[in-house]
Design a protein around this ligand. Structure first.
Ligand code: BDR
Ligand code: CA
Length: 313
């Protein structure tokens, strides 16, 4: 039976690829809904981008909701410098005809978890953890009902991308992240340590375009845009592809490896705000609240992506 998931996202070119991978895999993944959050750009634009991505996939029956417009306690920090003014610069996607659903995204998360049988819904988080943190605060009874939280966020050995200490998604809403990491549901995290191994080299981007469908062309255009910032920043042969690690992990966990350990979120320090302090070497007796994914097979990852995106229009 397909695994039921909710995708919480701030699309984002890499979010878009993560969503497309899930929507291309209905035998394994049942997307109950997609919830937008403020992050890469503002909420309204991220929600619109989610609608565009769903229309691109042809899976227009999948509902899209808007969640929180700003972090729980902080001013929103955005990343237009990476993703462009629309958050999804690159491809020329049409204005969406599809509309947002009316309920608030946080209520959709809560109602879905309370309605579905316990431990049958996985939350996939591709942006700041505001909606999940808010849902846990509003209805704490959801926590033991969550099958798993699989999230892109954090970094330890690779340290930060938005500050020297912090990865963007955790940095934007550290209080929400702290709430999520303390909720006691199983968590698998895809930090920069693994996403920085998944480089979108020119040959891999060309393989997406060579699929010959509209999705492959749009993905190649997206990555062609979003990589320019990272290529200059890191000087690598390709830009990291972060968020698809989440949906690839659901489809092919054997691509990834890591270990369970304690992960705490720094919320107080100005210098290290949003740092994910991972006790990877088990030097404390703090509880193992997350599976920290550190390695991934990038050839297998890109082969999976290319094969699945070829199934879409
Ligand atoms: C994360 O930040 C966003 O800009 C990307 O979409 C990804 O979720 C990487 O740090
Ligand atoms: Ca994202």
């Amino acid at each position: 039976m397909a695994r039921k998931i909710i995708i919480d996202t701030d699309p984002g070119q890499d979010d878009a690829v993560a969503i497309l991978l899930a929507l291309a895999s209905p035998e394994e993944i049942h997307v109950l809904g997609i919830v937008a959050v403020a992050g890469n750009v503002g909420l309204a634009q991220n929600a619109k981008n989610a609608l565009k991505v769903v229309e691109l996939s042809g899976r227009t029956e999948v509902p899209v909701y808007a969640g929180c417009p700003r972090p729980l306690m902080r001013k929103l920090v955005t990343a237009e410098h990476v993703h462009g003014q629309t958050g999804l610069d690159g491809p020329d996607l049409p204005e969406p005809a599809k509309k947002l659903e009316t309920p608030h995204g946080v209520d959709f998360i809560i109602e879905t978890l309370m309605r579905e049988p316990e431990n049958t819904v996985t939350l996939c988080a591709l942006g700041p953890l505001t909606n999940l943190g808010m849902a846990l605060a509003k209805e704490p009874r959801i926590a033991p009902r969550i099958q798993e939280i699989v999230l892109m966020g954090g970094a330890y050995f690779e340290v930060g991308n938005i500050t020297p200490a912090a990865e963007f998604n955790i940095y934007v809403d550290p209080e929400a992240a702290a709430t999520v990491f303390a909720c006691a549901a199983p968590i698998a995290m895809m930090p920069l340590d693994v996403t920085h191994r998944m480089l979108a080299t020119p040959a891999r981007v060309a393989a997406f375009r060579a699929i010959g469908n509209r999705t492959g062309a749009a993905v190649a255009d997206m990555l062609g845009f979003s990589e320019r910032f990272d290529l200059e920043k890191y000087g690598w042969q390709g830009a990291p592809l972060h968020d698809p690690c989440v949906t690839a992990y659901l489809l092919a966990p054997e691509i990834f490896s890591g270990r369970k350990c304690n992960v705490e979120i720094e919320t107080n320090s100005e210098l290290t705000r949003g740092m994910t302090v991972a006790d990877y070497w088990h030097v404390t007796d703090r509880p193992h609240n997350a599976t920290f994914i550190r390695e991934g097979n990038s050839d297998a990852f890109y082969a999976l992506l290319t094969e699945r995106l070829a199934r879409l229009p």
